[in-house]
Design a protein around this ligand. Sequence first.
Ligand code: DOR
Length: 447
Amino acid sequence: MKTLIRSATCVLPHDTLRTNVLMDGGKIVSIDAANHTPADEVIDAQGLHLLPGVIDDQVHFREPGLTHKEDLHTGSVACAKGGITTFLEMPNTNPLTISQQRLDEKLALAASKCVVNYGFYIGATCTNVDDLRTAQRTAGIKIFLGSSTGDLLVDDQSALERIFAETTLPICAHCEDESTFRANRDRLGGGHEYADHSKIRDHQAAIIATKRALDLAFRHHHRFHVLHVTTAAEVDLLRDHRGLITSEVCPHHLFFSVDDYHRLGSLLQMNPSIKTKEDNQRLWQGLLEGTIQIIATDHAPHTLEEKSLPYPASPSGLPAVENSLALLLDQVHHGRATLEQVVAWMCTRPALIWDIVDKGKIEVGYDADLVLVDLNKSQTIRNEEQLTKSKWSPWHGTTLTGWPVQTFVGGKTAFVHGRVDENVRGKEAIFDHARGGYWKSSDARNA
Ligand code: DOR
C-alpha cells in the first residue's frame, strides 16, 4: 500500500523543508515536493513537522517475569503514542536475558505482540563470557557495574577484564559503583527517607564507576556506551572519547533535581539517582556541545503500590516513553534546542551508535518509521491517560507544547487521533556491528 504524507515540514539529514514523502512496502520510496504519484492513502500534513521515528535505546518492559509492571505489548503501545518507533530493551527480566536462548525467546515474544520495532541487549554476568562472545541478533552487551532492579551485577575486576578483552559486541553499562554506595548506606545508618537515595547513590558512586568503565574500554580498545549520565564530572570525563566512547542522558536527569524529592518522593527514586540543578545544566550543555550524543528514557515502570512502600523497600525506576519526545519538543518551543538537535539526539544518533540498519533518517530506502509532530499543540500530562501499565508519570500535571500526533511503523499508522492501533506489528531491528558505531559514521566525521 502506497501512503503519501503531503506538505509536512520534514527534518531531512541535511535540510529541513516542506516536501512530500511517499511510503510503500514499509520503506520510504520518494521524497519529492513535485511527487503527485497516485497513492492509496494521502495524509495532508500541512502545518506539521515530520521526523524520523524516535529510537529509545534504554527501556525495561519487564517481560518475561515482571509483567504486572509492564509487558512487551503495553510498553510498545506507550512507545507508539510517544513517537518511539524502535526500542532496545534491557536484560534484567526474570529469567535474565543472559544467553542466546533467552534472547531468541524474547525476540519471538516481541514479534507476536509489539506494535513498534524492537531489539534486545544480552546481560553480562561474571560467568557468561562465552554467551557474550557468540551472541547474535542483539544490540550489544549490558553490564550493571552497580546493582539495580533484578539480579545483574558484574563488580569483579577479572570478570570485567575478560568481558572487555574477549568480546566484540558493543558494550554499555550502568555506571554506579557498588562498593561506594554500599559504604554510603552503612555510613548513613537506618531510618532513611526517599531523598537519601541521592546521598547513598551519590556523585562519587557515578564518577568512580564511569572512570572504571572508561579505563577498561580504553585499555581493551573496546566500543563503549555510558548509559544515563548524571553528573557534571562525568561530562568532563566524556570529552576524551578516543573514537570509542558514546553516552546518553535521560529526561529525568535533565529536568528533575534533588529539590523535587519533597514534591515527588519515591516517584523520583531512580538509579542512577537524581542529582543537583547544577548537574542538570551541565548535562544539557554536554548535549548541546556533543559530548553526550543521545537521549534515552530508561523507562522503568513499577506500580504505584510498589512505589508507595517506605524507603528503601520502594523500587527504583519511572516510566517515560510516552512523554520523552514531547518533553524535548517543549524545549524546542522554549528556544533551548532546535528541532534538528532533537532529531540527532533521539532519532539519528541512536541508530548510528547501535549500528541499526535503515533507521534513524528520512531518506529514500530507509524504513518508513516516522512521526508527525505538532509543534503548537499544548497538552497536560495526566496519570489517568498514561498507556504504560503502571499508569503514572512523574510529569503528571505538566503542560508541554509540541506533541507527536501520528506515528508510522513500517509505513503503517500505529498512532493517530490520540489512539494506538494495537494490531500493528513492528519488526526486529537489524544490527550490522561491522559498521563500527557512531564515531565511524560519516555523520560523526562531518559533525
Ligand atoms: O532506576 C532504575 N530502574 N535503574 C535501572 O537501571 C533499572 C531500572 C529498573 O529496571 O527498574
